[in-house]
Structures are given as C-alpha cells and as structure tokens.
Design a protein around this ligand. Sequence first.
Ligand code: NAD
Length: 490
Amino acid sequence: MLSFDPDKVILPTGNYIDGQFYPSQGETLVVKRPSDGRIYAELNEAQATDVDTAVQVAHRAAKASGWASCSPRERGRVLRRWAELIEQDAPLLGKLEAMGSTRPISDVINHEIPFTAEAIRFYAECADKYSSDLFPTQDNSLGMLLTEPFGVIGAITPWNFPLSMASWKCGPALAAGNAVVLKPSELTPFSTVRMAELAVQAGLPAGVLNIVQGRGAVTGSALVRHPLIRKVSFTGSTQTGAQIMSDAAQFGMKPVTLELGGKSPQVVFDDAGDIDELAGRILRGFTGNGGQACVAGTRLIVQRGIAGALTEKLISLCKTFRPGLTWDENTRYAPMIDARQGNKVASVVAAAKAAGAEVLVGGKRFADTGEGWFWQPTLLSGMAADNPAIQTEIFGPVLTIQQFDDEDEALAMAAHDTYGLCAGVHTLSLPRALRAVRQLAAGTVWVNRYGRSGDFIIPTGGFLGSGIGKDLGRQAFQACQQQKSVLIDF
Ligand code: NAD
C-alpha cells in the first residue's frame, strides 16, 4: 500500500548546515504541491550571509573532519551506508519526493529511490578505484600526476528529479573528498534535506554536506559567486547555465559542469521493427514525468513509409492517459510542476498552431483537475523547421512529428541549432544505426531504446547549448578532482 495522506507528512524544513536545521531571516517563500496546487509549506530563503555560513562551515569541515584526507576506502564505506539508509528511509523520503515533485509515489518507490541509492553506491566504488599517473621522465627524476579534491563544490539542482539529481552531484563530489553546499530547486526543497540528514546518520561528518534553500537569483547566485566555492556543478536550463558560467568566470574562474536543456530527436526508419513496441518506446520517451525531463525525445522524425501507422498508434495511446494525484499509488501520469510551467507549455503550443502546426491529439490541459496542472499528451504535425514547437524546449508532453524520405534528410532534420543532449535511432540495420550514431550531434545516442538504464558507468552530458562536462560515469568522479603535476629530481 503506497498511497498516503499528504497532510500527515512531517517536513524537514529549512536550510541544513553543519548537521543541523538552520533558520534564515530571508523572505518567506510558499511551496505548493504540483498535484493540487495547494500551499503545503513555507520556506525562509537563505540570504548571502546564510550561504556564506554554509560555505565557511563546509570549508572548515572538509579539513577539520578529515574527510578530504581520510583513506578513500573510508569515504566509500560512509557512502555505501548512506545508500542503504536512503533505501531504508523510502517510507518517508518517498512521501517527501512524491508530494512535492511531479513523480507519482509508485514511480518514486520503484525507480527514483533505488536509482538514487545506486548512483551513490557507484561513486562509493569510485572512491578507491582510481590511481594517478607516473610519467616516463629522465632516470634521475620522477614525474607524476596527483589528484586532490577541490575543497567546497557548489551544487545546484532543478525540480524535475530532486533526489537522483542530488545523488549525481553529491556522490562523485563526496567520494572524491570534497565538501558540498547544495541548493535544490525552491519548488522541491524537502527531499534533499532529508537526504542530507541521512548522510550524517551514515557517518558523513557534519558540515561536509550542507543544504541551502531559496531562489536562484538570491541563494543560487550567492553560492556560485562565493570565493570559497571552487567548482560549480549545475543542472537546469540553458539560460541559467549561461548565467552561472558567466558568474563562475567573473567570481574566481571556477570550473563548471553544466547539464542543461534538450530538444532531442527520435529518428525512426521504416525497418525499425514491431510497430506496437516502437510506439510504446516513443511514447515513454516524451511523456515520462509529464515530458519534464531534459532527455525527453520530443521530436519524432519518421520515415514516410511507416509514418501513418506509427502516428495512428501514438494517437490511440495518447488518449489512454489519465491525470492523478502523485500520492495515489495508482497514478502513472505526472502533473506539471506548477501553473507557470503549464502556461509555458500552453503558450508554445498556441504559438506552434499560429505558425501552422496541426494538433493531432491533446493540445490542451485536462479538465477538472482543480489547481493541479495536467497537460494532455500532444502530437503536432505539419510544421516547418522554424516552428516554435521544434525550436523551443517545451518541457511538457508534446511531440512534434516530421517525415523524411531518406537517411540524409533524416539526419539533417535531427540536427538542432541550440541543443545536443540526446538522440534516439530506431532501425534494425546495424550499418545505418552506426552511420547515424557517428553523425548525430548529441552527448548520448540510444539505438533501439530511448532512455537511461541503471548503468551508472555511462556518463551523460550535452553538446552545444545542452551543456559542458558529464554527470555520471567515471568522468563525473574525475571532474571532482583537480590534477597536480609533480616533478622530483633525485
Ligand atoms: P532552472 O534553470 O530554472 O533552475 C535550475 C536551478 O538553478 C534551480 O535550483 C534554480 O533555483 C537555480 N537558479 C536559477 N537561476 C540561478 C542563478 N542565476 N544562479 C544560480 N542558480 C540559479 O531550471 P528548472 O526549471 O529548475 O529545470 C528545468 C531545466 O533543467 C530544463 O531546461 C531541463 O532540460 C534542465 N535539466 C537538465 C538535465 C540534464 O541532465 N541535462 C536534467 C534535468 C533538468
């Protein structure tokens, strides 16, 4: 029985600094439940002085607690224990996540929490599995590369997958011996605080992981600009990523990892196999989390021979979706995070129609959902390449459909001026798939599937405006260490 009463959940509100809840005197923000738009909490926004406290605490704790200098195996042990506690805490952590975010409780319990714990386990393993390099220098000297933590890493996460995003940031940063100050989205603040509490229970020294709450322009910006923040790891929109990169350059020349937006194509050739299975794959790719996923495959580029049959199948599947409260175990379809996001989807769809798009199904909000915003899965066709629905990251369950005749045309359509996060290729021809993989300008290409697996060894990150650097994989761990070249004369 996973359903729960959201009015009975006790919230770990506030900033979490030095292993304790820490009140701030900033402006009071209200926090709403996406499913019904109800205000369920207030949040005092951390000001620059509060952020300073958190960063100073982290800076001291990294050194004084021995976290940076202890044996990497010890760090791995703490992280493994943390992953266990996250799984054991699913009854509370799951409620916090499902109530405050767009993830239905069954999805949180079956996917989000296990994925979060597994990502942390992956980085627990990394902690002592990497050695540095010895260089072939002259006989009378020794050249080597040492790796060391940066110190304090500032992490900033979006609202669409609060728990797993926090694990992707904190896992590698902590495993590599850094301290972290993390700012979750002001729209989904609470599950991350609970995660930090569990980290301390697992043996992470107090102050090594701190959470500050507030909006980007106030709290987030103060974090990025703080002189003791030595690296910034950010996931969010391309626009915010650009601002953060500029701040990081001006306030200390800090390295950045930026995981940004996407507008990913799904290229379907007419030899792609069973049409029902294919339709299910395409559907999940753009409706998962209500389309509020950076990786959402929102541009269907389909060969003319199967376009009609695939479109018909997708239309009938789209009609089966029903809205539901995220705390109901039977809910499968996510709400929009808030009215602002819902209105954004509505405005891009309206602009797309004005520019000539035809709505094949959906195209509007579900009726009778009160203050909750649920957008109907939407298929658009008949668009020119410059249509707003093709150019803009909508961040809702909207799929554009374009048809092609040959491979060159398909790959030209798949290219995007702004984004290069992911791409899907669906074909049973291996040579064709490999040609497409080579040519697509995307940080991740999936062939005959669409979406991540639980293989955290595979890094993720974007080309073009979709970002810089990688989350996940060994790459994310290595990006949390700085490298020092050493040359010793005997
Ligand atoms: P957003 O950019 O509005 O906000 C993301 C985070 O940045 C929030 O915590 C916000 O408070 C903070 N922020 C905003 N302005 C800031 C500033 N000036 N300085 C510091 N921090 C600031 O994004 P969002 O609406 O929360 O999330 C949706 C976006 O995230 C989409 O574009 C989506 O594609 C992207 N995303 C990317 C990935 C990926 O891995 N590439 C994953 C998830 C989401």
